[in-house]
Design a protein around this ligand. Sequence first.
Ligand SMILES: Cc1cc2nc3c(=O)[nH]c(=O)nc-3n(C[C@H](O)[C@H](O)[C@H](O)COP(=O)(O)OP(=O)(O)OC[C@H]3O[C@@H](n4cnc5c(N)ncnc54)[C@H](O)[C@@H]3O)c2cc1C
Length: 435
Amino acid sequence: MAQQPDGTFQPELKENAEEAGLPPLEICPMSGAGEDETAMAGRLWPELPADPQIGRHRTTLAVHVADEARRMKSGSGGLVTWLAEDLLKRGEIDRVIHVRATGTDDPLLFEYAISRNPDDVRNGAKSRYYPVEMSRILQDLAASEGRAALVGVPCFIKAARGLISSGYLSGDQVPYMIGLVCGHLKSTHFAEYLAWQGGIAPGNLAWCDFREKLLDRPASDYGFAMRAKGSTPDQPAKIVPMADLKGKDWGEGLFRLTACEFCDDVLAECADIAIGDAWLPGFVDDPRGENVVVVRDARLAERIAQAGASGELVLSDVTPQEVARSQSSGLRHRREGLAHRLARRIDAGRSVPRKRVAPQLAQSAERRKIYDLRLKVAETSNDAFLVAKQQGALAQFDRKMAPLLRQLKRATYGSLPTRLLRRLKRELSRRMRAQ
Ligand SMILES: Cc1cc2nc3c(=O)[nH]c(=O)nc-3n(C[C@H](O)[C@H](O)[C@H](O)COP(=O)(O)OP(=O)(O)OC[C@H]3O[C@@H](n4cnc5c(N)ncnc54)[C@H](O)[C@@H]3O)c2cc1C
């Protein structure tokens, strides 16, 4: 995997890859070759009901860790870290493969790393909306006797399953795959853009937390924390509510990776468990965070039920429909939106990968406009940010993006008066809740 100027990673095809012992192209989750997510999950859990939105499912739950301090240190409800640590402590695995801060002078802030003890696992908590790649770590695993739990967004999990099917890794080496529900991945520009607005210019950002919990707001209204180079970990980080930053709206798709435009897996359908944010009525108002969970593996279902009974985890039942509702925007973008993007590319005479949805333009003119504009925003933003960075001019990026973002906002949320009225209503209900 080779890093590109915008900080993303792309595969480099090597000649005679297979003779050199490298895995075949089909394992690339975006190639459109090989088994799709439905076939993989059907092979792994044939006994489970299949849902077109959330995939195979044994149980669906809302969960948070009971330990308050641990919950606060996590990105959401803390289940990913709890589970990874629990598997390690019980000897089911000897390492966790997940994403941690680099903590060095590395120009990249985060990377896939191996945690072999509970402290390191805990230090890796929180969501990283940042490009990462796992080839180096998986090469180490392939050459070892280790047993890992792999944490990853859906395409990484699918790639790991492909590595197992192609014999590059054995199933015993990755007995657990913990999937993160995924809206999309961002280039390094996302972190740099947020930090730049907070006063730390690109190149000077040493650390950031994309999910700082703000205790006076709902869980969905979190903050961005940042530290400049030269500051020490005991100095307080600068925290800015995401609501005050441009780039907060995930629907806009600023800095979205091109591969994400061709993904149709939101609920990590090939993972033993998929874990996301329960931004649902009854949960979203609690700033401490709650996970929405789809369990597929029987061992994990049993362990989570035990931990619920012993009080380590707090469990609530949610239906598969509620899980899908918690991800409705992401699912719409990856179903109707993907069908639309495929059709647009075919009309333009460009190739498309084989996907689980058939190419078809969106039914309504409004949705067609939204999907077309989102694509433009994603395509324009990475290049425009590179130029702004080279010229040291944040305002130049904002100026370049403003007309597109304005059009997208109007198409998505209506005219300015409609939006102001909606904002007023939201503010009133927030104040009433706070009283
Ligand atoms: C790119 C991205 C997009 C997401 N989009 C959505 C979404 O649309 N809807 C939704 O409900 N949830 C989404 N999530 C998941 C959500 O942000 C939380 O990660 C999830 O709810 C788990 O919370 P937690 O408190 O249990 O995790 P924590 O206990 O905080 O642990 C998080 C674990 O994930 C690992 N990790 C963090 N970032 C990455 C990464 N990029 N790749 C691999 N491992 C990583 C960490 O190392 C840590 O082990 C997304 C996550 C990511 C990384």
